[in-house]
Each structure stands twice: as C-alpha cells, then as structure tokens.
Design a protein around this ligand. Structure first.
Ligand code: IDC
Length: 348
C-alpha cells in the first residue's frame, strides 16, 4: 500500500511540474506576442518608412515627404578597412543617443590601405558597408554610402569599379529611403570639374536605375572646395543631386565660407559630408572659433554636416580619446577635444 501511495505521490508531483512548465511557456509566448504586437502598433502609428524618411530637394534645401526642412547632422567613420570594429549596432545606437545625430557616413576608401580598388577584400568591404547600412536603418537613421576617393585623385581612375559597386548597393538598397549615395569623396590634385561631371554622368544613371529618388552627393574639385565650379556648370537632367563642400576649420576660414554662401546663392544645393575642426591634415590644433563660425553659417542655411572621424587614432580629428579602446558605450569622458566640441555643439 505504502508503495502504491509513494508512486501516486511521485506521479502527482511530476504532473504538477509539467503543468507549471506549460503555464510558464504559455506566459512566455504571451509576452513575446505582446512585444510583437507592441512593435507592430508602434510601426503602424509611425507612417510607413518610405513616407517618413524620404528626402528630396526643393531648390537648395533638403525637405522631407511632408515638405518640412531637414538638416542632417552626423558622424563619419574613419576608413572602415582601418577601423572595422566601430561598425556595430551598439555603437551606432550609442552615437545617436549621445550626440543626437541623425546620419552616419560609411567611408570606404578606394585607394588607400586595403582599399576597395587597391587590394582590399571587396566582398568583405561590401559586407561591412551593408552591415553599417543595416545598423543605421535599425536605429532609424540616415546613412551615407561614401566611395572615398583620395589618393586616387580623379574619380575616373576607378570608374568601372564604382559603377559595379553602386549598381550592387542600389540593387540591394534601392527601395530604402534613408540612404544617400556619395559617389566620390574628394577629387583633388588638379582634377577639374569636367572630369568629375563626366564621372557623375555615368554613375548617376546606374544609381537611378535602381533608386529613382535617393539623394546623390557629388564631390567637387580641390578636396571639395571648388563648389563655385559646380555652381557655374551644375549636373542637369536629374533630381536630388547635391554637391559636397568639405572644410577643416583651422585651415579653411572666411574664403571658403564665402564660397559656400555664393554657391548657395547661385542655387547650388550643398552638403557638408565631411569636416573637422583641426587643420586639413586631420591633425594639429583645433580652432573652435572658426568651427563655430562655420556652424553658424551652416545652420543659417540649413545645410547638413557630418564630422570626421569615428576612431581613437592619435590625431585631432579622431572623436574618441586615443586611450579609449571601447567600440561602443562611449560617454563624454571618452571623447577627444573635437569630440567634446561636437557633443556640445549638437546638444545645445
Ligand atoms: C585622413 C585620416 C588619416 C588617414 C588619411 C589617409 O584622418 O588618419 O591616414 O586620411 O590618407 C580629408 C579626407 C580624409 C582624411 C582627412 C584628414 O577626406 O580621408 O582623413 N581629410 O586628412 N580631406 C581633408 C582632410
């Protein structure tokens, strides 16, 4: 008898345990379902992504789908081949929270260290760009895919690779509205606007075949200072084309600021897709006075701007202190002098 009672008791305990486990599982499913529903409801109350993030140009100004002016403010990676580890979701979320930025630029060098056209692993570089785009998209941010020419001073040098690259990127991302394509970082060393324009006229149709309306940013001669040349002879036949002006505040002052004003007055849509507040080498002393003069002018014209660079390299344009090896979770204390200036500027 005792034996039978023992067996029954054990059976009872077993059954109750199974029951508990089942309830727990049901609870878990419920919670997951609730989270999914919450996410869907939030998605539904937001207008669909294509409507909420699409950008277009009205004259020289960027506007959103409802016609409101948009100013993008953000951070550029250093070359992703040098500093791949900053391309991670936590990092992008962290930069968005800390600096309040809404755009992230992915700089893929074409001709420097392990560059796309100079012996780098093309597939791996493309994958990094794609990952960066996904992270920025997950964070509801805009993202610039930057074909970062520099050593290769004329974009025509690697035109064929550029065609193939932008064709692939746009076939992947052509239906997204948060992506901007920067087709050549900085033409330099005597490359004239004629060559840049010829290049642009070949790359733009390739992008447009897959993405009819993305903002396309075209570099200008002399490391993106000669916006006057583009203003005198802009690209025609396409909408949503912008022109980049780059400045390094300790080197470029009133002369370049005046050039920017004149080009805007002449009707050229300008995008400052890269700037630093040190000198043009990316190093040297920072010049906050000149930097602040730039920001006043930029804000007054609602121009978008992106700061160089996300790294802890020992150079003054690096935003992270060189002794900080984190790749996310930054606080103000981890920032360099330029990083602290950017933080103060973007959060005031
Ligand atoms: C610099 C980096 C530096 C790197 C170098 C490679 O800051 O660490 O060794 O490129 O050539 C630009 C360029 C940008 C430069 C930056 C500073 O777009 O690639 O980055 N700069 O020199 N234009 C003006 C300045």
């Amino acid at each position: 008898m005792k034996k039978i009672i023992g067996v029954l008791l054990a059976l009872f305990v077993c059954l109750s345990l199974v029951g508990c486990e089942k309830n727990k599982k049901q609870e878990e499913t419920k919670t997951t379902k609730q989270t999914e529903t919450q996410a869907t409801t939030q998605e539904e109350t937001k207008s669909p992504k294509s409507d909420s993030m699409a950008l277009k140009l009205e004259g020289t100004k960027l506007i959103d789908a409802t016609g409101n002016p948009v100013q993008l403010k953000g951070i550029s990676t250093h070359g992703i081949a040098w500093f791949p580890d900053y391309l991670n979701q936590d990092c992008i979320n962290n930069l968005k929270d800390l600096f309040g930025i809404n755009v992230f630029r992915i700089a893929m060098y074409t001709d420097e260290y392990n560059g796309y056209c100079s012996g780098g692993d093309k597939e791996n570089l493309k994958q990094m760009v794609k990952n960066g785009v996904e992270y920025a998209t997950n964070a509801d941010m805009y993202v610039i895919v930057d074909w970062h020419i520099l050593n290769d001073n004329n974009p025509l040098i690697h035109k064929e690779e550029a065609k193939e690259f932008f064709s692939q990127m746009t076939s992947e991302f052509g239906d997204r509205d948060n992506i901007l394509y920067e087709i050549c970082n900085e033409p330099n060393n005597g490359t004239g606007w004629g060559d840049v324009k010829a290049y642009a006229n070949e790359i733009i149709p390739i992008i447009r075949a897959n993405d009819p309306d993305a903002i396309i940013i075209v570099g200008t001669p002399t490391w993106c200072q000669d916006v006057d040349q583009a203003a005198a002879d802009p690209i025609t036949g396409y909408d949503n084309i912008m022109y980049s002006l780059h400045f390094y505040a300790a080197t470029h002052k009133d002369d370049l600021r005046n050039k920017m004003t004149n080009a805007i007055n002449a009707g050229l849509p300008i995008f400052v897709s890269e700037f630093g507040i040190c000198d043009a080498s990316g190093n040297g002393a920072i010049d906050e006075e000149s930097a602040n003069a730039w920001v006043s002018l930029i804000d007054a014209n609602n121009v978008s701007y992106v700061c160089w660079n996300l790294s802890n390299k020992q150079e003054s344009s690096a935003l992270i202190n060189s002794d900080c090896s984190k790749t996310s979770g930054f606080t103000i204390d981890d920032l360099s002098a330029e990083g602290k200036w950017l933080h103060a500027t973007l959060t005031k």
